[in-house]
Design a binder for this molecule. Structure first.
Ligand SMILES: Nc1ncnc2c1ncn2[C@@H]1O[C@H](COP(=O)(O)OP(=O)(O)O)[C@@H](O)[C@H]1O
Ligand SMILES: [Mg+2]
Length: 397
């Protein structure tokens, strides 16, 4: 859409322009929306997709509020990042903008501790909480108000509990942390969309995760799941109801444990691992578009949750680079040209310093693939991922 033609369109403020926001920014660009993207990093890859850029932290609530007022935005959205979900909801409420979440609900969903309380009160199945003197191992320690595996540790022995708690406290905004049982078993993500309090599950994907010390970091999302999608979707539905989410997208991580599903976390937003694009590739449902419409207070059109061109299988596989200073990314075009590959993205440009893989933000890129079935999609994505080479130089300390 021509730049000039876009100026008259409703203004959408998108919080974040990093890898997790690229899909929504691309979708907004293809629609009748004028996009203002905010990110504190001037090199954020999504800024080039916006009509207007604001170099500001998405966590700086007063600055986001000033920006929203000054630019007369019609809606605010935080795709793929948790804390700004609360910023978006509170600023929208103060400005009287339509918004899928009220501020009180946003406060619940952006705190792992408040979610746990709501889930307990409503009988939503979840990991058992262990007290501060937790003596059950393995256990999981996490900061209540962080995401992306910051401050998250799998604790296998008693002597590792203290350091894990110190890490969680160090990462937490409030200093608060929690410790809970490790739920064994496969993990799925339920990507869903709610209207008028009714949740419709879309893609249920297998979350394939890294081994410790990168505990919990997703290396692939694969559709359809090999596991009990219906049970996971039901857990996501009761979790959203307990948290009070009535409209908009939800992203719910569910472990299918020996005693049934356990809700690890619910986020009232799009997933940050290209989940909406995976949904579109899998089911033909424009989940990014649904999230944009919800943020602008538009009603979803007729049957938007019925897909147009479903695939047999689809997946996102993340790319991981060796540690060091990035010098070049090779093989991207070839990787993208292989059968079934929708796109290949490198998140970083030369000069970026990769550390060892510890959390989601350490990932280097991603591939979106479709196939005849899940295994075909996964094999194609992996073949494509192997074609990409991150050339790194020695890290100068
Ligand atoms: N109690 C638990 N039992 C099993 N796995 C867990 C548990 N808590 C977290 N995980 C794993 O860690 C991942 C991230 O957990 P989460 O609580 O969402 O932290 P973050 O928001 O920092 O990513 C989950 O997707 C899951 O793989
Ligand atoms: Mg999480």
């Amino acid at each position: 859409m021509a730049e000039a033609g876009r100026a008259g369109h409703p203004r959408l403020l998108v919080l974040g322009a990093g890898p997790a926001q690229l899909g929504l920014l691309e979708a907004a660009r293809a629609r009748d929306v004028y996009v203002i993207a905010a990110d504190r990093d001037p090199a954020a890859p999504g800024l080039r997709l916006a009509d207007e850029r604001a170099i500001v932290s998405t966590e700086d609530e007063p600055a986001i509020e000033r920006l929203a007022r000054a630019r007369g935005v019609a809606g605010i959205v935080s795709p793929g990042a948790d804390w700004p979900v609360g910023v978006a909801a509170r600023v929208a409420e103060r400005l009287g903008l339509p918004h899928p979440l009220d501020a009180a609900t946003a406060t619940v969903v952006t705190s792992k501790a408040r979610q746990r309380e709501r889930f307990a009160a409503a009988g939503v199945p979840q990991p058992r909480s262990l007290g501060p003197a937790a003596d059950t191992f393995p256990s999981v320690v996490k900061a209540v108000d962080r995401q992306g595996q910051r401050g998250l540790t799998l604790v296998e022995r008693a002597e590792d509990l203290g350091p894990a708690v110190a890490r969680a406290v160090g990462e937490s905004r409030s200093g608060a942390w929690l410790v809970e049982e490790l739920v064994e078993g496969p993990e799925v993500t339920v990507n869903a969309f709610s209207s008028d309090g009714e949740l419709t599950p879309l893609t249920v994907t297998d979350r394939l995760t890294a081994e410790p010390p990168a505990f919990g970091v997703a290396l692939a999302h694969v559709w359809p799941s090999e596991h009990d999608s219906a049970a996971a979707a039901e857990a996501a539905r009761v979790a959203a109801a307990a948290a009070g989410v009535r409209r908009g997208p939800t992203y719910t991580q569910v472990r299918l444990g020996p005693d049934g599903p356990r809700v690890i976390e619910l986020a009232a937003r799009l997933g940050g691992g290209h989940d909406a694009e995976l949904c579109e590739a899998a089911l033909g449902v424009d989940l990014n578009g649904l999230a944009i419409d919800a943020a602008l207070g538009r009603n979803a059109g007729d049957s938007p949750l019925l897909g147009q061109s479903p695939s047999g299988g689809a997946c996102v596989v993340f790319l991981v680079a060796p540690a060091g200073i990035l010098q070049a990314v090779e093989g991207l075009d070839e990787a993208a040209s292989l059968p079934g590959i929708r796109w290949v993205r490198s998140y970083r440009t030369p000069g970026w310093r990769f550390g060892p893989l510890r959390r989601g933000a350490d990932r280097a890129g991603a591939v979106l693939a479709v196939g005849d079935d899940r295994d075909d999609a996964l094999a194609r994505a992996r073949r494509s991922a192997e074609t990409v080479r991150f050339v790194v130089g020695a890290d100068v300390v």
